[in-house]
Ligand binder design. Structure first.
Ligand SMILES: NC(=O)C1=CN([C@@H]2O[C@H](COP(=O)(O)OP(=O)(O)OC[C@H]3O[C@@H](n4cnc5c(N)ncnc54)[C@H](O)[C@@H]3O)[C@@H](O)[C@H]2O)C=CC1
Ligand SMILES: O=C(O)[C@H]1O[C@H](OP(=O)(O)OP(=O)(O)OC[C@H]2O[C@@H](n3ccc(=O)[nH]c3=O)[C@H](O)[C@@H]2O)[C@H](O)[C@@H](O)[C@@H]1O
Length: 464
């Protein structure tokens, strides 16, 4: 079997960075080089101060500290790293297309194609090319065609090895994954490549958790896994609205159904709506693929998960506005949390962005506090929506670093991310700081409702 001594990963983002750091930590005999065209990002990965790594993930700094400079390297020298590697992971972004055919639905594969062309141009020795990015089923066909038609006569074996880590728990997920999925051709060369990648993971993961499949099953399993997970969130969120009408409590319902081992207890936490860079993108992609095969019923079924999620974000903002006497114009509303979930600085598709947009439409004055998200990111997220001018976003939205100070003379506080620290605040002081009646909207249902009501808040929590 081919033994791997040099790995190159193209893309030093939320997946490439942590994944390669853990591979390097666990495989000191393999040299792992992570490359990116984003110079600022690479400089941050190489920063002497480990607090400045470009991605915040619990435990990540320690892993990088151990391996960086030993067998883990971050560089913008893409060509050199490609040529030296026996195995190349492609871990670049695959966002939803914003133009042309499939706009707003299909995955944009231009970055993937660029990588394939670059690998083909530069390689002088045989390579195993691993799709780590989440890709539409049958993308490996495109990669094969580019690599084999434009290469220098070297042999490329294509594998699909989707990543299942969740942000905020990436290091734990990588160290102890439920499974590793490796898809490849069932030819002797394909099997050899699958075994080579299996042997990399087997340095710290039991072999019975490393699943080998054909390449199409692997590609489709990744989209399906995200669709199933997101569907659970939309399902419980749909029930949260019914709870609010009927006096049922969504946490109690979730516990009651989750104890059935056929349902399971995870991913049943009602929220202001799921965010993150992948759930929406991957379901839209699944819907697009189903439609492209003429499977309209399949497409409609999955699209409903997105429709319910959009509804949840909107109805939360509407609930806030209706509670505050149907007007929030000129009212100071403090948002606790901007990240799409706790323990990450990632804000992509965060519900907070959309809730803010609705509130700004009603001319609210917004103050944001998030323990890990930088001010420039919050403005960038709002500017990206293109709903109003950059000046207006900066005039109407203030970003603060002290949560308690933020609540002075506020009409309302809304919890939009489930950061643990929010549950430890002195909510009595916050109440005293605020104008009365003081409104509290808990979009994550993390605060003790009866304690909040006792303090005096006009309190609303999702699903109760
Ligand atoms: N973020 C997550 O939690 C997960 C993401 N995924 C998938 O992994 C893929 C990557 O996602 P993220 O890491 O979040 O994206 P990201 O946007 O954080 O990182 C992608 C990086 O690739 C770089 N890049 C793009 N084209 C390049 C090129 N031609 N040469 C060198 N570098 C290039 C970009 O500069 C960027 O730094 C996506 O397909 C995503 O769906 C899968 C599982 C989890
Ligand atoms: O492909 C990906 O990008 C990844 O997408 C998700 O991971 P991630 O988006 O990082 O985080 P999740 O924990 O799945 O949370 C997604 C969103 O759903 C929300 N959520 C999650 C669980 C829940 O019970 N309720 C709920 O509202 C979270 O707050 C968050 O906004 C999947 O969990 C990963 O397995 C997958 O690898």
């Amino acid at each position: 079997m081919k033994s791997i001594s040099h790995i190159c990963c193209i893309g030093a983002g939320y997946v490439g960075g942590p994944t390669m750091s853990v591979i390097a930590q666990k495989c000191p005999h393999i040299t792992v080089t992570v490359v990116d065209i984003n110079e600022k990002r690479i400089a941050a990965w190489n920063d002497e101060n480990f607090d400045n790594l470009p991605i915040y993930e619990p435990g990540l700094a320690d892993v990088v500290k151990e391996a960086r400079g030993r067998n883990l390297f971050f560089t913008t020298e893409v060509d050199a790293a490609i040529d030296k590697a026996d195995m190349i992971f492609i871990s670049v972004n695959t966002p939803t297309k914003t133009y042309g055919k499939g706009k707003g639905m299909a995955a944009d594969l231009k970055y993937i194609e660029l990588c394939a062309r670059q690998i083909a141009r530069v390689s002088t020795t045989d390579k195993i090319v691993v799709e780590k990015s989440t890709l539409p089923v049958r993308t490996a066909e495109t990669l094969t065609s580019i690599l084999h038609n434009t290469g220098n006569g070297v042999h490329f074996e294509i594998l699909s090895n989707p990543e299942f880590l969740a942000e905020g728990t990436a290091v734990q997920d990588l160290l102890n994954p439920d499974r590793i999925l490796i898809g490849g051709d069932n030819t002797p060369e394909g099997q050899e490549a699958k075994d080579a990648l299996t042997s990399v993971y087997a340095n710290w993961i039991d072999r019975d958790r490393i699943l080998q499949t054909n390449v199409w099953s692997s590609e489709l399993s990744k989209l399906t896994a995200n669709a199933f997970l997101a569907q659970r969130v939309s399902s419980i969120n749909s029930i949260s609205e019914l709870c609010e009408e009927t006096g049922a409590d969504v946490n109690e319902v979730a516990r009651a159904i989750g104890t059935d081992s056929r349902v399971g207890s995870k991913f049943l936490k009602a929220s202001v709506g799921f965010g993150g860079s992948c759930f929406q993108k991957d379901i839209l992609n699944l819907v697009y693929i189903a439609k492209s095969y003429g499977l309209d019923k399949v497409a409609d079924y999955w699209e409903q998960v997105i429709i319910m999620n959009d509804h949840q974000k909107k109805r939360f903002a509407e609930k806030m506005i209706a509670s505050m006497y149907n007007t929030v114009a000129g009212k100071k509303i403090v948002l606790f949390g901007w990240a799409f979930k706790k323990d990450t600085n990632d804000t992509r598709e965060s519900a907070a962005i959309y809730v803010t947009d609705y509130l700004l439409d009603e001319q609210a004055e917004i103050v944001v506090y998030d323990p890990k998200v930088k001010e420039e990111q919050i403005y960038a997220d709002l500017d990206y929506l293109n709903t109003r001018s950059e000046e207006e976003n900066r005039r109407l939205v203030t970003v603060v670093s002290s949560p308690e100070e933020a609540t002075k003379d506020a009409h309302a506080v809304a919890v939009l991310t489930e950061w643990d620290e929010f549950t430890t605040y002195n909510w009595e002081t916050i109440y005293n700081n605020m104008l009365k009646p003081a409104f509290l909207f808990d979009g994550r249902k993390i605060l003790d409702s009866s304690a909040m009501k006792e303090i005096g808040f006009k309190h609303f929590a999702i699903g109760e």
